[in-house]
Design a protein around this ligand. Structure first.
Ligand code: GAL
Length: 353
């Protein structure tokens, strides 16, 4: 097991380091301290053959200017808040509008664009990178000083886990995630329509034309969102189905079925039949934003090695609570009070025979 650290670049906020954690199978992950972004994930297929399965950029300026939130930690609140407005304990808050008429992924400068403090260590069964960011009271118009710790761990069993923890000194709202885009054939291998996907999800959340939840929680049965039987991402990619027509593909919150023990079995399985690479996802989050990279088309920000952006060349599984929860009484509770601890964990594990 090995940990390497190098300077990735320097910007107005300061120096940005890149840490690469490697385990004995050769699997490795590279993470930069800007946004805690995953830049590279060399992951094995079932025979142990490694490929870089995530999208990212070669240079810091693309991470600062580029869109897509590639591999980054998202906060305080992931996804869209309708018109950037919410009310907490009778106080109205207005967030920065950065996506149509809405506030997306934490506002003007969310956690994805902050430099995090980092500390790496080798532990018994893997390598760990501990990231810390203290978000000041009122930052981006969220109340309370929020102290956030994220622990990335790459373990000897080829699993990358992300553990989030946060506490506040005033009641606030929190709904964090990571925004990594996968292509299990390797990021430069084209559309993901042939990937097989199984998700233990019983319902999804349709949106209006501004991609804001309508409030409805719809059963997946009989819709393209039913992944309860493994199927390819492409087979029901049906842009005549209204929710998908609005979003240009899959870009919806999927709600996991309630189970007694969330760690007993994966909640999601994804596999690329061409390369025989399989990833399973364990999480204690109640939902996952399944996004088929419908906006991945900005010609100004090519990926690593100059690989162009192309829609549906990747997919995201952003484990989190429901989007715009604070504006829907029937949605998940994303408030965090003084004395409470926000804790959630997601594991992306690669299967080797
Ligand atoms: C996703 C969101 C998409 C898009 C993307 C960033 O989380 O669901 O609609 O905004 O982030 O490009």
């Amino acid at each position: 097991m090995l940990i390497e650290k190098r300077l990735f670049g320097t910007c107005r906020q300061g120096a940005v380091d890149m840490y690469t954690l490697t385990v004995d199978s050769g699997m490795s992950v590279s993470i930069i301290t800007l946004g805690g972004a995953l830049v590279k994930l060399l992951a094995p297929n079932r025979e142990g053959k490694l490929a870089d399965v995530i999208f990212g950029y070669d240079d810091l300026s693309s991470y600062l200017g580029g869109d897509g939130y590639h591999g980054a930690l998202i906060g305080r609140v992931g996804n869209r808040i309708c018109k950037g407005k919410y009310t907490l304990d009778g106080v109205d808050y207005q967030l920065y509008i950065n996506n149509g008429q809405n506030s997306l992924h934490g506002g003007k400068v969310g956690f994805s664009h902050k430099i995090w403090d980092a500390e790496a260590s080798v532990v018994e069964d893997g390598c760990v990178l501990d990231l810390t960011y203290v978000s000041p009271d009122g930052e981006e118009n969220y109340p309370g000083t929020l102290t956030v710790n994220v622990r990335y761990k790459l373990s000897q069993d080829n699993a990358l886990s992300i553990e989030y923890r946060a506490t506040t000194d005033k009641k606030t709202i929190v709904n964090m995630t990571n925004h990594v885009y996968f292509n299990l054939g390797g990021f430069a291998s084209g559309k993901v329509f042939d990937h097989l996907l199984w998700m233990d999800c019983e319902s999804f959340i349709p949106t209006d034309e501004n991609l804001i939840p309508t409030g409805e929680i719809r059963d997946v049965k009989g819709t393209p969102f039913d992944f309860n039987k493994e199927k390819t991402i492409g087979c029901d990619f049906d842009l005549s189905y209204e929710p998908m027509a609005i979003a240009g593909g899959y870009d919806h919150c999927m709600n996991f079925r309630a189970v007694d023990d969330v760690w007993a079995a994966p909640r999601i399985k994804a596999r690329d039949p061409k390369t025989n690479r399989e990833m399973v996802v364990y999480t204690d989050a109640p939902c996952v934003q399944f996004y088929s990279a419908n906006f991945m088309k900005n010609p100004n920000y090519p990926f690593k090695g100059g690989y162009p952006q192309t829609t549906q060349n990747g997919f995201c599984l952003e484990t989190q609570k429901m989007p715009d929860s604070i504006n829907h009484e029937n949605f998940t509770d994303i408030t965090l009070d003084v004395g409470e601890v926000y804790e959630t964990k997601t594991v992306y594990k690669f299967i080797v025979d």
